[in-house]
Ligand binder design. Structure first.
Ligand SMILES: NC(=O)c1ccc[n+]([C@@H]2O[C@H](COP(=O)([O-])OP(=O)(O)OC[C@H]3O[C@@H](n4cnc5c(N)ncnc54)[C@H](OP(=O)(O)O)[C@@H]3O)[C@@H](O)[C@H]2O)c1
Length: 266
């Protein structure tokens, strides 16, 4: 067993939503946690609250814009400088959106792809060699229900999440003879930030039926990860949606998704 008093769980996007809930659930389980997010006061507030609640564990935070090319290396160097050995890497930070493809500048998509895919791959590449030397280590990558569908008006986002899913499944196979477990989390609707709340409102019933709290998602995801499962789809309805995706003809699916997601387009 790894001595958990000396190792850390690193959570990206830990200042809000699912990432914050994952950081809190890890703290509740007695782990030391490193929180990474944009350099905003919220990150310090969340970290301070954990320190106050769990005085015998260790917490630290780093503000870093993970859309910057050098951010993953900076995060890794920060861990090295401080002697933080990461045995659980949670690649959660991500950015969603809805709208016609041309409604956003190309720079928006560049940043979204950098955050959702490139930073996740780079962090995994940086931390994995050391994780492989530990008795046991875990990677949790956050995908989405969108990983399973081609989604008009959400095309870049769903493609990035398909990437996360595919990369996680492939790497899992490569790592099967090692001590490093890898799980991809694919939630549906989780009311986390004002944008998501607004988009969910516009989607109506179909989205409401899948809704889960960040805490529910975090607990489920960690449970799956520690049991060594490849995929975590929290909730009955999201599992049903994924199954329907295999049954409903593609053209019908596309019509339904286009109708649903055009409502979110702002
Ligand atoms: N919410 C959903 O319904 C849903 C469903 C499926 C999948 N997901 C996925 O779950 C993950 C978390 O989503 P969420 O809804 O919990 O998000 P959220 O509430 O918007 O929180 C995102 C977190 O990432 C941080 N972040 C954003 N941009 C960043 C950047 N450029 N560099 C570093 N950190 C950054 C945010 O920091 P600030 O707080 O400072 O902005 C925040 O801590 C994402 O990968 C998302 O795609 C979400």
């Amino acid at each position: 067993m790894t001595d958990q008093s000396k190792t850390y769980t690193l959570v990206t996007g830990a200042s809000n939503g699912i990432g914050k809930a994952l950081a809190e659930s890890c703290a509740e389980r007695g782990f030391n946690v490193l929180l990474v997010a944009l350099p905003e006061p919220k990150l310090d507030e969340v970290t301070a609250a954990l320190k106050a609640q769990y005085p015998n564990q260790s917490f630290d935070s780093l503000g870093s814009n993970m859309m910057d090319k050098e951010s993953p290396q900076n995060i890794y160097d920060w861990c090295q400088t401080n002697g933080y050995q990461v045995d659980i890497l949670i690649n959660n930070a991500g950015l969603g959106n809805s709208g016609p493809f041309l409604s956003r500048d190309s720079s928006f998509y560049f940043g979204q792809m950098q955050l959702n895919m490139v930073a996740l791959v780079m962090l995994t590449h940086l931390f994995l060699p050391e994780m492989k030397t530990l008795p046991k280590a875990y990677i949790l990558n956050v995908g989405s229900m969108a990983s399973f569908f081609d989604i008009p008006y959400k095309g870049i986002y769903s493609a990035t999440k398909r990437f996360v899913y595919s990369f996680s499944r492939s790497l899992r196979k490569e790592l099967e003879a090692t001590n490093v477990g890898i799980t991809v989390l694919c939630p549906a609707a989780v009311l986390t930030n004002p944008d998501v709340v607004q988009r969910d409102k516009e989607m109506g019933k179909a989205s409401k039926m899948t809704q889960q709290t960040p805490k529910e998602v975090a607990e489920y995801a960690l449970g799956r990860m520690f049991r060594g499962k490849p995929v975590a789809i929290p909730g009955f309805m999201p599992k049903a949606y994924k199954a329907l995706g295999r049954i409903i003809p593609y053209s019908t699916q596309m019509r339904m998704l286009a109708n649903a997601f055009i409502k979110q387009s702002r």
